[in-house]
Design a protein around this ligand. Structure first.
Ligand code: HEM
Length: 207
């Protein structure tokens, strides 16, 4: 099978996960317990050896096939190809770090990867200044990457939707980050979460 076909097939699995993942995070607008409840309703799909293996394998296949596709596209002067390459590169970086961190945190460090874990990264100084752009770029890159896929799969169609997608992504990113940073209600940092960030990010100045 060609890298292009593998990339498209695994994008469906990953795409479904990402859509449900972002919807879960938007539930935080309704409060912490709304987020925890929403997370609980999707976790049964990937929080088991089979589901998690399928997700991790889909991510690995997506990264490897994406890397091959990237090499073919990186010299193209076309602005959509450039946007696809740069958003793809950032998503590779983000997916490796974020998926690795989530899995290692709940399996190795024994800390639940829930609202409090994510909120800790966006509220604790000074690491919050790194995590804000880290998450903002990730969500925006997903939408840019999808807009590019639409452009190449159906040239000339869905133009208005395709062009507005990066803006929708940026707005969703901003909404999630502002919610997790406590714009709408108080976001407590639990002792366990603080200790986790002290232990893993002490070198960056978390006290
Ligand atoms: C502000 C944005 C985001 C936040 C706050 C966030 C938060 C989280 C949390 C709390 C988990 C743990 C879930 C669980 O244990 O059930 C997680 C896992 C994960 N997230 Fe995100 N995430 C964000 C954006 C993204 C994006 C944009 C992607 C994909 C491009 C992504 C991909 C993943 C993956 C693959 C996992 C691992 C699931 C597993 O196997 O446990 N996340 N994230």
């Amino acid at each position: 099978m060609k890298a292009k076909q593998i990339h498209r097939m695994t994008a469906i699995i990953l795409g479904l996960f990402i859509i449900s993942h972002l919807i879960v995070h938007l539930f935080a607008l309704g409060g912490i317990s709304a987020h925890l409840k929403a997370l609980g309703t999707v976790q049964w799909i990937y929080r088991n050896p089979v589901g998690e293996s399928v997700l991790v394998l889909a991510i690995a296949a997506q990264l490897i096939s994406g890397w091959k596709r990237l090499k073919a596209k990186k010299r193209s002067p076309n602005k959509w190809a450039k946007a696809q390459v740069y958003s793809g590169l950032y998503l590779m970086f983000f997916l490796i770090i974020h998926t690795g961190a989530a899995i290692a945190t709940h399996t190795v460090f024994g800390l639940e990867t829930d609202f409090y874990w994510a909120a800790g990264s966006m509220n604790i100084s000074p690491i919050k200044f790194v995590f804000w752009p880290y998450y903002f770029l990730a969500i925006t890159a997903v939408f840019v990457h999808f807009a590019c896929a639409l452009h190449f799969a159906w040239p000339g169609r869905f133009k208005a939707f395709r062009n507005i997608m990066p803006i929708i992504g940026a707005l969703i990113a901003l909404t999630i980050i502002l919610t997790f940073t406590g714009l709408f209600y108080d976001v407590p940092i639990t002792e366990d979460v603080l200790n986790y960030y002290r232990k893993n990010f002490g070198i960056l100045g978390v006290e």
